[in-house]
Design a protein around this ligand. Structure first.
Ligand code: AMP
Ligand code: ZN
Ligand code: FE
Ligand code: FE
Length: 314
């Protein structure tokens, strides 16, 4: 099925007045005629996005989205603020996270939707990853050394309290110091894997991450599994193993996938009985990705809500 919402009638619960396609404003439980727009992958200042969590939801409302998921890297720290904004704006919120994982030296990102944020095993694992990300970022700052001098304080100055630290924050410090013009330039040159400054960080195995999400009552979806512009991507066999461990879906429609990857992943999803999502991977001003540039079908959101431990906030 196409990623963009099908122009059929879908029943969705929304709070307050909303954006029916026929232009009439109604309140309470209503039927929206026309496509329901669902974007299930965004980042805030709780990780490496540039909008605060509430601002991501406000931006989703302004972009005409009906449903948005907040999926910061390895943290749920933005959920409370995003929830307030969802209740205020009427945009439905899927609480999620993007979990860093690894498979044979390849970085793998597993989206988790609607999991118990207090589940001890998952919490421990995420904390371990966030700690490793911080040590790794410090190491990268050391390695940048005299070539691109920045201090750890320069990085912290780009980072909100409690944020999951990543290369984008180092990129921002490099921009602030005048070494590069923007994040994209930093990623294309200084911070790319293969440069002498790049350091990997600890992350759980891909299969373990899928199991951990399931154990916490979450719905695991493989984020941008075919993003080969960023480095090597995993083979079909790895996705098969993840599916056996409880993977629920593949994020097929993502700007980092060309038509070939989309076709491959669409086939694989069908073969393995996985659902297909499409999302923007919005990072605010930190990346060109625009909210709603890829979307997920309402029937898929229904499956996510059925499988997940938490409700969608409406
Ligand atoms: P890390 O997880 O610390 O290795 O950093 C990866 C993060 O950097 C991901 O969240 C990406 O969204 C982000 N990223 C990757 N490439 C770029 C780019 N060209 N411009 C801005 N952000 C990027
Ligand atoms: Zn990111
Ligand atoms: Fe990712
Ligand atoms: Fe992401």
């Amino acid at each position: 099925m196409a990623a963009s919402g099908a122009p059929r009638e879908h029943r969705v619960r929304v709070r307050g007045a909303h954006r029916p396609a026929d232009g009439r404003r109604r309140t309470g439980r209503l039927t929206i005629l026309g496509p329901v727009r669902i974007d299930l992958h965004t980042h805030s200042t709780a990780s490496d996005g540039t909008d605060a969590p509430g601002e991501v939801v406000e931006a989703a409302a302004a972009a005409g989205l009906d449903v948005v998921a907040l999926t910061d890297h390895d943290t749920t720290a933005g959920w409370a603020q995003a929830t307030d904004a969802a209740l205020r704006t009427g945009v439905a919120l899927v609480r999620g996270a993007e979990i860093s994982a690894r498979s044979g030296g390849i970085s793998v990102h597993v989206l988790s939707y609607l999991h118990d944020p207090a589940h001890a095993a998952l919490l421990d694992e995420l904390e371990r990853t966030r700690d490793a990300r911080t040590s790794r970022a410090r190491r990268m700052v050391d390695l940048l050394g005299e070539d691109y001098p920045i201090t750890w304080e320069d990085v912290l100055a780009q980072t909100a309290q409690g944020t999951t630290i990543g290369r984008p924050h180092i990129a921002d410090a490099l921009v602030a110091a005048g070494h590069v013009t923007d994040r994209s330039a930093a990623f294309a040159t200084i911070l790319a894997p293969g440069t002498p400054y790049y350091v990997p960080h600890y992350a759980p195995g891909a299969v373990a991450a899928v199991r951990g999400v399931r154990a916490a009552g979450g719905v695991p979806v493989f984020a941008h599994p075919g993003a080969d512009g960023r480095g090597r991507v995993v083979a079909d066999a790895v996705i098969e193993e993840m599916a056996e461990a409880g993977l629920a879906g593949l994020e097929v429609h993502h700007r980092d996938h060309d038509e070939r990857q989309r076709a491959r992943l669409d086939d694989l999803a069908r073969t393995l009985g996985l659902f297909v999502t499409g999302s923007s991977d919005y990072h605010g001003a930190g990346k060109p990705n625009r909210l709603g540039e890829n979307t997920t079908a309402p029937t898929v959101l229904e499956q996510i809500e059925e499988l997940g431990q938490l409700d969608v906030i409406r």
